[in-house]
Design a protein around this ligand. Structure first.
Ligand SMILES: *Cc1c(COP(=O)(O)O)cnc(C)c1O
Length: 223
């Protein structure tokens, strides 16, 4: 199956209310352009070095999302063009994004990355850390960031029950945070969960944004 053939199949599977981020890390400009020409406008990358190389070479109406672990000293490189940062995992990072957004005279949309997997290696906040951030005066004083939801990654596993429980957990975190901090804020509405192996399960559990790479482009070549 071709890349656009894969994309067409996935677009058929996901409801109109769910946004697709095509994860283009390691993919060539040509491959990204093919997907763009098919009509896709949202692309996601997880490395600052890579996204800042690609962004100027591709059409300006692409909505770029950042998905990976983000170091504070690199925020300045993506702030001018980024649409949504999925991977905010500290107050310090949020403060830096706010500062750089201010310099670019814009508001940057952010998701809080929450830890739901049983693997040690995944980044993310737990519920207490999230509540601490959202309750802080520092956060409340930030005028150039907008928190629009949460993001999470399930354990890499073929146990569907486990994946389901982890996504249900994230959905429940989302609802609690909505109730406690964003009850009157319509912008807080995104649940970013689901990748190539688990996006259908994620959608069943209420995902509003899926992030898909391999199922569109095939296996990544990191060499
Ligand atoms: C790479 C990546 C994806 C896409 O993973 P696939 O399995 O290739 O679909 C999604 N989210 C994040 C955060 C990623 O780093």
């Amino acid at each position: 199956m071709s890349i656009t053939g894969n994309l067409a199949l996935i677009l058929k599977q996901i409801p109109d209310t769910v946004k697709l981020v095509v994860v283009s890390k390691t993919q060539s400009i040509e491959a990204i352009r093919d997907v763009y020409n098919y009509g896709q406008r949202i692309f996601g990358e997880n490395k600052v070095q890579e996204i800042i190389q690609k962004q100027p070479l591709l059409p300006v109406d692409i909505e770029w999302h950042f998905l990976g672990h983000l170091q504070t000293n690199k925020v300045k490189y993506i702030a001018p063009f980024i649409s949504l940062i999925h991977s905010v995992d500290s107050l310090k990072l949020l403060a830096e994004i706010n500062k750089e957004a201010q310099k670019s005279n814009k508001i940057i949309n952010c998701l809080l990355e929450m830890y739901i997997a049983s693997e040690e290696t995944k980044f993310g906040l737990d519920m207490n850390e999230t509540i601490t951030i959202l309750s802080s005066d520092a956060y409340k004083s930030m005028e150039n960031i907008r928190i629009t939801g949460v993001m999470g990654m399930a354990t890499y596993s073929d146990d569907d029950g486990l994946t389901q429980r982890e996504f249900a957990q994230l959905h429940s975190y989302f609802k609690t945070l909505k109730q406690k901090f964003f009850i009157d804020d319509a912008n807080f509405k995104e649940l970013s969960m689901g990748m190539s192996g688990d996006y259908l399960t994620a959608i069943e559990q209420g995902s509003t944004i899926v992030r898909i790479g391999t199922a569109i482009f095939g296996d990544r070549n990191y060499s």
